[in-house]
Design a protein around this ligand. Structure first.
Ligand code: C2E
Ligand code: MG
Ligand code: MG
Length: 706
C-alpha cells in the first residue's frame, strides 16, 4: 500500500530502517551509469540509421538497455534496503515497473532520433521522462509487499520527480551534443556524462526512498536481517543479467558505429566517383550525360502544368580562339564563361558544359513563366570582354531556347530543339538568341531526308553533270562549266543551289565535288579524244573543301587518271567562301595553281569584294556575277560596276568572264568593255554531254551577231 501522506495510521508505529547494503548500492550506481552510457552510444546508431527498420531496432535495443538498467538499478537499490521485515515482491507490479522503464526509455530514444528539439520540446520531453521514471519507481514500490504500510512525504516525492526530470534533461542534451561525433574526447565526454547520469538516476531513487516511512502495527518486532542474504543473491543475479543486457546493447552500438563508419567511407568514395563521372573536369559543371539525367528527373517530378526552359549557349567562332591563342586559353575562356553564367543563376539550377563550347541549363518556369529575361541577362553578363593572357577579348554567343512541354517531352528532345535553335542563330549571323519553332524542325527533317537521298544518289549514280559553254569574244567555245544535276525521285529536278547547301551542311560536299570533278575530267578527256582538244573544263569547288590540305593531291590524281594536263582544269571558287578561312584557303589554292590548274573567282561582286584582298589571292580570272550582267542596259549603275570590275581585273592581270549573258546588247556592252570570255543562255544552256556534242558541232555563234 502506498500512502502519500506522513499521517501514521492508527495502531501503527514507525519502523526505523535506514541501513543499506553498500555492495548493492555501488552495483546499482554502476548499472545506472552503464545504462546511461549505452543509451548515449545508442543515440548515434538511431540517428545514423538510414532505414526505418534499422533505427527502430536501435531504439528498441537502446530502450531495453536503458530501461532495463534503470529498472534493475532501482530494484537493486530496493534490495539493498535493510528493513528487517519479510518482503515479498508481487510479480505483476514488478513486471509492470520494468515495462514502464522500457517504455519511457523508448520515448527518450525516439526523441534522440529526431533532427532537433526546440527548448519547450526539451523541457516537455524531460518532464515526461522524469514522470515516467518516477512512475516506474513508485510502481516498483507498490510491488513490495510486507506487513508495513508505506508513507510518503509529498514534498520529497515531488523533489524526486524533479531530479528524474533534470537527469532526463541532462541525458537528452548530452545525447544531442555528442550525436554523430567520434574520437577519444567524445568517448571521455560520454563516459563522464554517463557517470553523472548514473548519479542523477541513483539520487532520484534515494530521494524517493528518503520520502518513504514504513509503518508497522504496534508491537511488531523486526525479525532480524536474515532476508538480506537472500536479497544479496537475488540482487547479484539481477545485476549480472542487467549487465549482460547492457553489454549486448553496447556491443550492438559499437557494431552499429563501425558499420556506420564503413558506410560513410563508402559514401565518400562513391561521392568522389560521382564527382568524376557526373561532372566536367574543366568547369566542374555537370557533364552532358548527367545533365540529361537531371533534366529528365526534374521533368519526371514536375507537377501538372509546370513548365521548364532549356537554354543552350554556344560560343561563336570558338575554334578561332583555340586556333589563334591555343587550347590552354580556350580552356580558360570556358572556365571564365562557366563562372559568369553561374553568377547569374540560382545555385541549384542544373548547369552543364554539354559538349565542347556548348553550355546548357534548365530553368523552371512555374505555370506560365518566361525564359526571355534570363536569356537577356545571360547574354548581358557575357558581353564584357574576357581577360585572356593579358588580352581583352570580346566574344559573341548564340543562344537557343526550348520550352517543356511544347518543344520536347524529354531531355533528348529538348536538347535537340534547343540545338536546332542554336543552329538557326549561327546561320543567321550569330550573336543572337532564338526560341525553337516548328519551322526549324521541319527544315531539319527536310535536311535529314534530303541528306539521306543525296547519299543514296551519290552512291547509286543518281547525279549527272551538265556542261555550259564559256565562249571567247568571237563566240568560240574555250571551256565548259560543269554543273551538277540531280533528278530527285520524288521532288523532281532540284536546283544545285538547294542540294549543294545540304551537302555543305552534312559533310557530303567533299564527296559531291570530288565526284563532279572526276566525271568532268573523264568527259573532257573523252571530248579531247573526239577532237575538241582546245576545251577546258571549269569545276565549282565549295569553300569548305579548301580547308582540306589533301585537295591538291586529289586533283592531281584525278588529272593523272584521265591523262589530262593540269591546264585543262579551272577551279571556280566563290569569293565569299574565300573570306572565311583565308589563310588555309590561300595556301591550298596556291598549291593547286602550282600544279598548273587555273583558279577563278566565281560570282565576283556579290559578296564583300575587296581589292586589297583580291590582289593577295592566287587566282587567274574572275567571273562577274550574273546580277550585274542581268540589268544591262537598264541599270547604268550596274553597268558602271561591271565596266569597273573588268578594268580593275585587267589591271591586276586577271581575265574576266561574264556570267548570265542572255542578250546581244549585253554581249555588245561586255565586248566593248574588253570582257575576255562570256557564258550564258545566249550561247548555250547547261546541257548533258550528248547534247553538248551536237552543240559543239555547230555552236550557236552564227545566230548571234557579234
Ligand atoms: P555558278 O557556278 O555561278 O553557276 C552558274 C549558274 O548560272 C548555273 O546555275 C547556270 O545554269 C546559271 N546560268 C548560266 N547562264 C545563265 C543565264 O544566261 N541566265 C540565267 N538566269 N542563269 C544562267 P545552276 O546550274 O543552277 O547552278 C547554281 C550554282 O550551284 C552554281 O552557280 C554553283 O555555285 C553551284 N553549283 C553547281 N554545280 C556545282 C558543283 O558541282 N559543286 C559545287 N560546289 N557547286 C555547284
Ligand atoms: Mg560556277
Ligand atoms: Mg557564278
Amino acid at each position: 500500500m502506498l500512502n502519500f501522506s506522513t499521517l501514521l495510521p492508527p495502531d501503527h508505529q514507525i519502523l526505523a530502517a535506514n541501513e543499506y547494503e553498500s555492495l548493492l548500492v555501488v552495483l546499482a550506481y554502476l548499472i545506472a551509469s552503464a545504462a546511461g552510457y549505452t543509451a548515449l552510444a545508442m543515440a548515434d546508431w538511431v540517428t545514423n540509421s538510414r532505414s526505418r527498420r534499422g533505427s527502430e531496432l536501435a531504439k528498441l535495443i537502446g530502450a531495453i538497455a536503458l530501461g532495463g538498467g534503470i529498472w534493475s538499478m532501482h530494484f537493486l537499490a530496493m534490495l539493498s534496503f535493510k528493513i528487517g521485515i519479510h518482503v515479498h515482491y508481487a510479480p505483476l507490479q514488478t513486471l509492470a515497473s520494468l515495462l514502464i522503464a522500457i517504455a519511457v526509455s523508448y520515448t527518450v530514444m525516439h526523441l534522440i532520433g529526431r533532427e532537433s528539439l526546440t527548448a519547450p520540446q526539451y523541457l516537455l520531453a524531460a518532464l515526461a521522462a522524469g514522470l515516467g521514471i518516477a512512475t516506474m519507481h513508485y510502481t516498483g514500490m507498490l510491488a513490495m509487499q510486507s506487513v508495513a504500510v508505506q508513507l510518503y512525504d509529498p514534498l520529497l516525492v515531488v523533489i524526486s520527480v524533479v531530479i528524474a526530470s533534470l537527469a532526463s534533461l541532462g541525458a537528452l542534451l548530452l545525447a544531442f551534443r555528442l550525436r554523430g561525433r567520434t574520437g577519444l574526447r567524445t568517448l571521455w565526454l560520454r563516459l563522464l556524462g554517463s557517470l553523472v547520469l548514473g548519479f542523477a538516476i541513483v539520487s532520484m531513487h534515494f530521494t524517493g526512498m528518503a520520502a518513504l516511512t514504513l509503518a508497522v502495527p504496534i508491537g511488531f518486532e523486526p525479525d532480524g536481517l536474515v532476508e538480506v542474504n537472500q536479497h544479496l543473491e537475488l540482487g547479484m543475479g539481477i545485476a549480472l543479467g542487467t549487465l549482460f543486457i547492457i553489454m549486448v546493447g553496447l556491443l550492438a552500438a559499437w557494431a552499429g558505429e563501425r558499420f556506420h563508419a564503413q558506410r560513410l567511407r563508402l559514401e565518400r568514395v562513391s561521392t568522389t566517383l560521382d564527382q568524376i563521372t557526373l561532372h566536367d573536369p574543366l568547369t566542374h559543371l555537370l557533364n552532358g550525360g548527367s545533365f540529361i539525367q537531371t533534366v529528365d528527373r526534374a521533368i519526371g517530378q514536375a507537377r501538372t502544368g509546370e513548365q521548364f526552359a532549356l537554354l543552350m549557349l554556344d560560343i561563336d567562332h570558338f575554334k578561332r580562339i583555340n586556333d589563334s591563342l591555343g587550347h590552354a586559353l580556350g580552356d580558360e575562356l570556358l572556365i571564365q564563361m562557366a563562372q559568369r553564367i553561374r553568377a547569374v543563376l540560382d545555385n541549384d539550377l542544373p548547369l552543364a558544359r554539354y559538349a565542347g563550347d556548348e553550355f546548357s541549363l534548365l530553368l523552371p518556369l512555374g505555370q506560365r513563366g518566361d525564359s526571355q529575361p534570363l536569356a537577356m541577362r545571360l547574354l548581358e553578363q557575357l558581353r564584357p570582354p574576357f581577360e585572356l593572357a593579358g588580352q581583352r577579348i570580346a566574344m559573341t554567343f548564340s543562344l537557343g531556347i526550348a520550352h517543356y512541354p511544347q518543344d520536347g517531352a524529354n531531355a533528348g528532345q529538348l536538347l535537340r530543339s534547343a540545338g536546332l535553335a542554336v543552329g538557326h542563330c549561327k546561320r543567321s549571323g550569330r550573336n543572337r538568341s532564338q526560341r525553337f519553332t516548328t519551322d526549324l524542325q521541319r527544315d531539319a527533317d527536310d535536311l535529314l531526308s534530303l541528306e539521306m537521298d543525296l547519299r543514296h544518289a551519290l552512291a547509286q549514280g543518281g547525279l549527272h553533270v551538265a556542261y555550259q559553254p564559256i565562249v571567247d569574244p568571237d563566240g568560240a567555245p574555250v571551256a565548259l562549266e560543269a554543273l551538277v544535276r540531280w533528278q530527285h525521285p520524288v521532288l523532281g529536278p532540284l536546283s544545285p543551289e538547294r542540294f549543294v547547301r545540304v551537302a555543305e551542311e552534312t559533310g557530303l560536299i567533299a564527296d559531291l565535288d570530288g565526284w563532279v570533278m572526276r566525271q568532268a575530267c573523264a568527259d573532257l578527256a573523252q571530248l579531247h579524244r573526239e577532237g575538241h582538244s582546245e576545251l577546258r573544263v571549269s569545276v565549282n569547288c565549295s569553300a569548305l573543301n579548301l580547308s582540306d590540305r589533301l585537295l591538291p593531291q586529289s586533283i592531281a590524281r584525278t588529272l593523272q587518271a584521265e591523262d589530262l594536263p593540269a591546264s585543262a582544269l579551272i577551279l571556280e571558287v566563290t569569293e565569299n567562301a574565300l573570306m572565311h578561312s583565308l589563310n588555309v584557303a590561300v595556301e591550298v589554292l596556291g598549291e593547286i595553281r602550282t600544279l598548273g590548274v587555273r583558279v577563278s573567282i566565281d560570282d565576283f561582286g556579290s559578296g564583300y569584294s575587296s581589292l586589297a584582298y583580291l590582289s593577295r589571292l592566287p587566282v587567274d580570272s574572275l567571273k562577274v556575277d550574273r546580277a550585274f550582267v542581268r540589268t544591262i542596259p537598264k541599270q547604268s549603275n550596274d553597268m558602271a560596276i561591271a565596266a569597273a570590275i573588268i578594268a580593275m581585273a585587267h589591271k591586276l592581270g586577271l581575265n574576266v568572264v561574264a556570267e548570265g549573258v542572255e542578250t546581244g546588247e549585253q554581249r555588245q556592252f561586255l565586248q566593248a568593255n574588253g570582257c575576255n570570255f562570256m557564258q550564258g543562255y545566249l550561247f548555250g544552256r547547261p546541257m548533258p554531254l550528248p547534247q553538248l556534242r551536237t552543240w559543239l558541232q555547230q555552236p550557236a555563234i552564227a545566230a548571234v551577231p557579234a
